[in-house]
Design a protein around this ligand. Sequence first.
Ligand code: MG
Length: 156
Amino acid sequence: MRIGFGYDVHRLKMGRRLVLCGVEIPCEFGLDGHSDADVAIHALMDAMLGALALGDIGAHFPDSDERWRNADSAELLKHIYALVCGQGYSLGNTDITIVLQSPRIAPYVEDMRRKLSDVLSVDVACISVKATTEEKLGFTGDGSGVASYAAVLLVT
Ligand code: MG
């Protein structure tokens, strides 16, 4: 077994799409970034890479590379998970937490779990997605950004 942990932050930006765990959430603002800025999938990918000591997503998908402009992070996740499987591991389970003040994520959590289970071809029971606020404190609380944490267990 190998354990990994990932963390990511993206800045909020008016007029951008808000995509979390591959699910687009209707909202007047989204997240700024080189790719689609899916902060939750980025944390998940970093956790998978961390579990196998394969570096981080910045090394695998540099934001200086035009190939990744507005990239669909779900496609990037498929690429990372193929690396994981190529090393003889598969996902045991993952637990993802998304930290933001608004909008409310709870209505989308089941869609997010299903989306990730489709992308990875794993049982939805392996995937936990939770959301929380930081009680209007800090950069997530004042609406400057969204953070996400992911823990991953990989098994042979
Ligand atoms: Mg990121």
